[in-house]
Unconditional design. Structure first.
Length: 613
């Protein structure tokens, strides 16, 4: 499928954008400049933007200014350095745009998309080597859009990804937009052999730990525009806070979402999608916004050197080395006179991190086990998923995490609004000189949770993720309103994870691949279904059927946030839950037999039989 099809209809395809891996060039290639999307390109005179662009080979150093870099195709303004992402086109509505595009590549015909009025069709401009073309068009409607170049160079390999020649196209309302930032995801990738893949995954041209550090003040309202200039999905996750999803588009069209707008801690960004979000950092500290696919944020998996897994072996406290790829760091300074909210009589829990006897496809069996009673659990007892944590809104809770492993770990309380120091990113969470450490073998750490809302959440390792997560270090959290009681006869939780790192993955639901027994439900009673996905990658599909008929249920919450009445509507009982998301639904069944299938849309790995009487 070509880029034009993706821009029009969405979906994933094996597509390569402009790029080349050849390192031989004479004279030396120009250096790519990481584009922070603060300065619009071209010259705006009255109501006309004049812009001269070219696509040329350049050396891109996404992981640091001193790395060896890769040779890619990139856009540049004529006479200026190539940029990744491509130069920002940003104009007010009503602007007439005149663009000259030249193909400076010597071995490739390119197709340029997105230089047209918006909304519109994803028409392309085809340019042979050395050819130039001038186009003129009206900017069109306000929104966030994408433009890109596609080519297949002489060294093109089928599974390559060359999404380096792409950038943002923003049309502001005539009256202007509130102050915002624009972020573009670009990817370069190439298989090294049958088991390894070299990746450059960048936000505004840089990969963590070289990505820009965002600074914000407590109480600021941050407006962000995102452009996914890649063929991959990216479930983008914000630590510690909810964000509001304001608009979504497909590169050529963009639409503001109706009020009330959805809240989320994770948004699954589809290939070539654009979206706008806003959020308020209500507490100081260091925070992250990142893709929740493990292969996009870990050394070795998300780096140009697939063998770069030294951080997994060292288990250091250095946040610059135990993460990589699609990650933004956000620093919110402690304001003058700031006082942490008072926490009266917190509930005390003890959570042990343990290893037991291997039980499945994973090479190890790791688990979180809550202490019950006066005695700690046996050192080799393991629960996969980890112990179900049932908490109460408004009740401060201190969880002492005791590490009985032979290696460090760290725990992230996913979706929970809490203090930064307890957020679980070793070497980063916290502020100034007080940064959270990794939990060393035999040591412990007290996570201080605040619980401002009831809902469905999760907790999981944030260290050596591919090893620890696929071995079982994750668990569910349900927070109830004060006075509520959890009734397992009416409240049903399904948490999906991986059993080992096999490709294709082996999906576990509630720690198993086969339902243990039929689920018996009472007819005429409203049941709540809570779904969690904490595999390293890939979504799974819950589908509720009676025979071949897909049922209907009411969506009531996303990522722990209850939906307002206008959005809590009945819908078909079939959807895709992405990594890092939680979804809640209510269903009032009639007597009969049903199935709840979970896994691939048309090939579920786990089928739960439901008997309603």
């Amino acid at each position: 499928m070509r880029l034009i099809g993706l821009l029009l209809g969405g979906g994933v395809a094996a597509l390569a954008l402009a790029g080349s891996s050849s390192n031989s060039a004479n004279p030396p290639l120009p250096e790519v400049v990481a584009n922070d999307n603060r300065l619009p390109a071209g010259r705006l005179h009255h109501d006309t933007l004049s812009l001269e662009l070219e696509v040329r080979l350049a050396r891109w150093r996404p992981e640091s200014p001193t790395d060896s870099g890769i040779v890619v195709a990139a856009f540049a303004e004529a006479g200026k350095a190539p940029q990744i992402p491509a130069p920002l086109i940003r104009v007010p509505a009503g602007t007439w745009i005149e663009v000259s595009v030249r193909n400076a590549l010597t071995d490739s015909t390119i197709k340029v998309f997105g230089l047209a009025a918006h909304p519109g069709a994803a028409d392309s401009i085809s340019l042979r080597p050395g050819e130039a073309r001038r186009v003129s068009f009206a900017a069109g409607s306000p929104g966030t859009y994408l433009y890109a170049a596609e080519t297949k160079t002489h060294d093109f390999i089928k599974d390559d990804e060359k999404e380096s020649a792409a950038g943002a196209f923003v049309v502001d309302p005539a009256a202007g937009s509130p102050p915002d930032r624009v972020f573009v995801i670009n990817i370069w990738g190439r298989a090294q052999d049958s088991t390894s893949y070299a990746n450059a995954l960048a936000i505004n041209g840089r990969s963590w730990p070289w990505t820009e550090r965002i600074s914000a003040a407590v109480g600021d309202t941050l407006h962000w525009r995102w452009v996914n200039a890649s063929v991959r999905n990216h479930p983008m996750h914000l630590h510690g806070f909810y964000f509001r999803l304001d608009a979504r588009g497909n590169g050529m069209r963009d639409s503001a979402l109706p009020e009330p707008r959805p809240l989320a801690v994770t948004h699954d960004v589809r290939p070539f999608e654009t979206f706008a979000m806003s959020w308020v950092p209500e507490r100081p500290g260091n925070w992250l916004y990142h893709c929740h696919i493990g292969f996009h944020v870990l050394p070795g998996a998300a780096t140009l050197d697939p063998a770069d897994t030294t951080s997994h072996q060292r288990m250091s406290d250095n946040a610059a080395r135990h993460m990589a790829g699609l990650i933004l760091g956000i620093s919110v300074p402690i304001p003058a006179g700031w006082r942490d909210p008072e926490r009266m009589h917190p509930r005390q829990l003890r959570l042990f991190v343990q290893e037991g006897t291997r039980r499945g496809r994973a090479r190890r069996a790791l688990g979180f086990v809550v202490q019950q009673g006066a005695q700690p659990p046996a050192p080799d007892s393991v629960a996969i998923p980890g112990s179900f944590l049932l908490l109460t809104r408004g009740e401060p809770t201190d969880i002492s995490v005791i590490n009985r492993l032979r290696e460090p770990t760290a725990i992230h309380w996913h979706g929970i609004e809490l203090e930064s120091y307890s957020d679980g990113v070793s070497g980063w969470s916290g502020a100034t000189r007080r940064l959270a450490p990794a939990i060393q073998p035999g040591d412990s750490f007290v996570a201080r949770l605040t619980l401002p809302r009831a809902g469905t959440f999760m907790y999981h390792t944030h260290m050596n993720d591919l090893e620890q997560l696929t071995s079982g270090l994750y668990g569910p959290i349900v927070v109830l309103e004060p006075g509520q009681h959890f009734d397992p006869a009416r409240d049903h939780l399904f948490i999906g994870g991986w059993d080992g790192r096999d490709d294709p993955p082996h999906l576990l639901i509630n720690g198993d691949s086969i339902p243990r027994a039929p689920l018996e439900l009472a007819a005429g009673v409203t049941h709540r279904f809570r779904f969690i996905n904490i595999g390293p990658a890939g979504g799974y599909w819950p589908t509720l059927r009676q025979d071949s008929t897909v049922q209907r249920w009411r969506q009531v919450a996303k990522d722990g946030a209850e939906l307002p009445a206008a959005r809590a509507v009945e819908r078909v009982a079939r959807f895709r839950i992405q990594v890092g998301e939680t979804w809640d639904f209510e269903w009032t069944p009639r007597p009969g037999e049903y199935t709840l299938a979970l896994g691939e849309r048309d090939n579920p790995a786990f089928v739960q039989r439901i008997v309603v009487r």
